[in-house]
Design a protein around this ligand. Structure first.
Ligand code: BES
Ligand code: MN
Ligand code: ZN
Length: 465
């Protein structure tokens, strides 16, 4: 490119105008010297520090920069696959992910057209024909995964009046039809027959009927029941009778992020079709106060027979997940991974940077942590020492639904552990990480879609072994 432009890029580097810092973008006008009108020189940072995540970030920044200049079609080389020394398929995947994730917008409820965009086409250019098949493989995996993340972001960003439990069920049905999955939705009466008293307790305050959504992907042997992905699907969390304060309560439209996440992972499976069986379970309901709502002091019975004293109706996530995990255990699904915007305590502990991981199996935990590392999603294992369990003992029922403020993310996780039976299980608390107020790299403001890529990596790795 530099040769075609008569040494302009080298000149700008020599003049110190192009430094090559990560995320630095320089626009050069071709002025007829080559077919494209404009060239962007995108900084990748130090060669020794190049990672897949930096490729995603640099690509995202460059694509947004191009969109800001009104570009409709963008062509790129596979960053990192040259001097960077990264395998070409993985680099191509990162480029596709960075572009698709970084260009995401949510404008469904805005009348005004955006000033620029959207970018309509991204072309990945590879001159070495021997590498084309690998580029294409990485591109297709990256596009499937990033497309699923954006699908989750759309669901999470949607206001609660557009994403009710019925809307979630309808979305699941559409994903199933489009991507070759099986979808079953249990209604209130079936939940009653199954004994899902904890989920029904949360749902009884709302006039929106609850939905228990089951999505199945079958790519493995019929003899294998496969693993369970369980996602919290509170489409709006007001706190219930234990009403939340009104500042930022609107954020609680995103309390179904876990449910959207596992739905998105099943979408990836439907597209890439690995040899594995996975079932997603999404208990979906609103948590609202009303004359029929659950009250502090009430006792409910979960599907596995355990009774729970309600000390606060705002600890509703663990109640609906109790029944979903019990259901997974009854189906014999193993291992189990759940994702939930579960506790403000996790947000306090780890901020908006890191998702909390909790579990009962070091082997499964290792796999989940490795999958997160590969995805570039920050994940940190939290302790699950027995001593904490004291905190949620009840005087009137088997357990109570809050262990108090201290160690709140841990006691919430251990509460969930009461319902998984003997299955290896990991719980991911995304209360801090599912939303962001700042644009950074391939993450834009609003819903992040965090853990979709981690869990996609986890299930795809299981499909390979
Ligand atoms: N959905 C919230 C947790 C949350 C907080 C998610 C902030 C995202 C951002 C959850 O249902 C909740 O209200 N948890 C309570 C539990 C407490 C009452 C034991 C909390 O964390 O305050
Ligand atoms: Mn709550
Ligand atoms: Zn909640």
């Amino acid at each position: 490119m530099d040769r075609a432009l008569g040494g302009t890029i080298a000149e700008l580097i020599a003049a110190g105008e192009i430094k090559g810092k990560l995320g630095e973008n320089t626009l050069i006008h071709a002025l007829g010297r080559i077919t494209p009108k404009r060239i962007i020189v995108a900084g990748l940072g130090k060669q020794s520090e190049l990672t897949l995540d930096r490729i995603r970030r640099a690509t995202a920044e460059a694509c947004r920069f191009a969109r800001g200049k009104g570009a409709k079609r963008v062509a790129t080389v596979v960053h990192g696959a040259g001097a960077g020394g990264i395998e070409v398929d993985r680099a191509a995947q990162a480029v596709a992910e960075g572009a698709v994730l970084g260009l995401y917008t949510f404008r469904r409820h805005m009348s005004k057209e955006p000033d620029n965009g959207p970018v309509e086409e991204l072309l990945i250019v590879e001159r070495d024909e021997g590498r084309l098949a690998l580029v294409e493989k990485g591109r297709s995996v990256g596009q499937a995964i990033a497309g699923a993340v954006n699908f989750a972001r759309d669901m999470i960003n949607e206001p609660a009046n557009f994403m009710t439990p019925a809307d979630m069920a309808e979305t699941a049905g559409r994903v199933a039809a489009d991507y070759g999955l099986q979808c079953t939705v249990l209604e209130r009466e079936q939940m009653r027959q199954l004994g899902m008293g904890a989920l029904l307790g949360v749902a009884q305050g709302s006039s929106q009927p609850p939905k228990f959504i089951i999505l199945e992907y079958k790519g493995g042997p019929a003899s294998d029941r496969g693993m369970a992905l369980v996602g919290k699907g509170i489409t709006f969390d007001s706190g219930g009778i234990s009403l939340k304060p009104d500042d930022n309560m609107g954020e609680m439209k995103g309390d179904m992020a876990g449910g959207a996440t596992v739905m998105a992972v099943l979408r990836v499976l439907g597209q890439l079709r690995p040899e594995i069986n996975v079932t997603a379970l999404i208990p979906a309901t609103e948590n609202l106060p009303s004359g029929t709502a659950l009250k502090p002091g009430d006792v409910v019975k979960a599907m596995n027979g355990k009774t729970v004293e309600i000390v606060t109706t705002d600890a509703e996530g663990r109640l609906i997940l109790a029944d979903a995990l019990s259901y997974a255990a009854k189906l014999g699904l193993s291992p189990m991974v759940d994702v939930a915007t579960l506790t403000g305590a996790c947000r306090v502990a780890l901020g908006d940077v890191t998702t909390g991981a909790f579990g009962n199996s070091e082997d499964l935990m290792r796999k989940v942590l490795a999958a997160a590392q590969e995805a570039g999603e920050r994940l940190w294992q939290m302790p699950m020492y027995e001593e904490y369990k004291e905190q949620y003992k009840s005087e009137v029922a088997d357990i109570k639904n809050s262990g108090g403020r201290y160690g709140g993310a841990i006691t919430a996780a251990q509460f969930l552990g009461e319902f998984v039976g003997d299955s290896p299980w990991v719980h991911l608390d995304i209360a801090g990480t599912s939303f962001t107020g700042k644009e950074k790299g391939y993450v834009v403001k609003g819903a992040t879609g965090i853990m979709v890529r981690t869990l996609a990596n986890l299930v795809l790795a299981a499909g390979r072994s």
